[in-house]
Ligand binder design. Sequence first.
Ligand code: S3P
Length: 170
Amino acid sequence: MRIFLIGFMGSGKTTIGLPLAKQLGYQFIDQDELIEKHYSTSVGEVFAKFGEQKFRETEHNVLTEAVHSDNLVISTGGGAPCFFNNMDFMNQNGITVYLKAEPETLMNRLKNQTDSRPLLKGKNESELLQFITGKLADRESFYFQAKLVLPTDILQVEEIINKLVLSIQA
Ligand code: S3P
């Protein structure tokens, strides 16, 4: 089985993905890390040097390569479901899980990480909230194509993992 965790930056894909993979005895893959390995540099540098279009192409390529393995938990980049046919591709190749969080929750989780995230660079708190609200509204038509939707605002990591494991096994 392959589990694709999708959702906005700060939705907890890696925070949930790592312990989830451990509990299931699966391999954990972080899509951004695959891109960083491919270019031997950070996501920020890839955006700066090659541009978003090239980043999205590589994001798509590493996704199609990753599914050559099974028993995986894949933490996808926040934009990945919204480009090419990535959302359909993930739905055809595993269980997609949308980790949903409200804009305010995401803003609070992301406000100290704006420098390391190319799309958030230089934004103050109100600009960040405005950006997240708009982008999330654009992206949810893709995110809601996920097989499972799990709200993460008020749940602890352990509760989310337990709910996920129960839903996957149902
Ligand atoms: C992006 C999210 C990031 C990373 C890149 C673009 C996006 O991944 O892929 O900065 O478009 O939302 P995370 O969601 O893992 O932070």
